[in-house]
Design a protein around this ligand. Structure first.
Ligand code: APR
Length: 245
């Protein structure tokens, strides 16, 4: 493993356009469970709660679970050493962007500036009627469903539900970043969900070297990964940073 970490560190050090692509696994060490795997959220909750049609037909039930999962519980999570390491890499000019599938805002909380939120974010809510955006921190979730203070319309978290499209800007910028990358660091994702899971292949086809950090093999590992670093992101990424000092 030591040799592979050294190899990955060298690749990043000599890169011109390294990009990171993160999934739920990078936030597990912040106390946020992943979606899949043994203690995955989809083992405990029916993904239907994040289906856009269900949200509109069973609004209260959906909001009960959304509040519990993404606001009461996740809302208190803090960045872990993996998020901090990526922010350090950006500060060193060695990471041009982070494309994240996560909605927890932990990359920004760790200090990362250029973060493309491919699935949106829980930190804002949007009014389904007048489209006004609201900071989630300013919304009282004791009364559900939350409504817009402008037009009393139903508020929806600003992340995409199953059945919704990818935010246009994030989509465009993420695919561009993958095409431009010469090193693409895939961290903590099963690669189960399209179109996000196309991004590493786009990077690879554009000639990027793929470094992958995961506690177990993913859909990418035996297909396109050049260097597979098996282990926790919160342990491996700081070792890469210390190899750059
Ligand atoms: N360090 C690195 N990887 C980890 C760690 C860790 N500490 N803990 C878990 N992992 C890995 C798991 O092995 C798994 O491959 O993180 C991955 C988590 O996979 P998923 O739960 O499927 O998360 P993700 O790939 O981000 O899911 C994509 O699915 O439900 C939708 O919109 C949701 O954005 C999410 C999308």
């Amino acid at each position: 493993m030591e040799r592979k970490i050294k190899e990955a560190t060298e690749l990043i050090k000599n890169s011109k356009h390294a990009v990171a692509f993160t999934g739920a696994g990078i936030s597990v060490e912040s106390g946020i469970p992943p979606f899949r795997g043994n203690d995955g959220l989809w083992n405990k909750y029916d993904p239907i709660v994040l289906d856009i049609n269900y949200f509109h037909t069973n609004t209260n039930e959906a909001w009960e679970v959304i509040r519990e999962l993404f606001y009461d519980f996740f809302g208190k999570a803090k960045p872990n050493p993996a998020h901090v390491a990526l922010a350090d890499l950006e500060k060193k000019g060695l990471l041009k962007a982070i494309i994240t599938q996560n909605i927890d805002n932990l990359h920004q909380a760790a200090g990362s500036k250029l973060v493309y939120e491919f699935h949106g974010t829980a930190s804002t809510m949007v009014c389904t009627k007048c489209k006004k955006k609201h900071n989630s921190s300013g919304i009282d979730l004791k009364i559900l469903p939350p409504t817009c203070n402008e037009c009393t319309g139903l508020l929806k978290p600003d992340f995409i539900f199953f059945g919704e499209g990818i935010p246009e800007q994030a989509n465009k910028l993420s695919f561009k970043a993958a095409e431009q990358s010469d090193v693409f660091i895939v961290i903590g994702t099963t690669g189960e969900v399209m179109p996000a899971s196309m991004l590493p292949s786009v990077a690879e086809k554009s000639g990027a070297k793929i470094i992958e950090i995961n506690t177990e093999p993913s859909n990418f590992t035996h297909q396109i990964t050049d260097i597979f670093l098996e282990g926790k992101a919160g342990e491996i990424l700081p070792r890469i940073i210390s190899g750059l000092l």
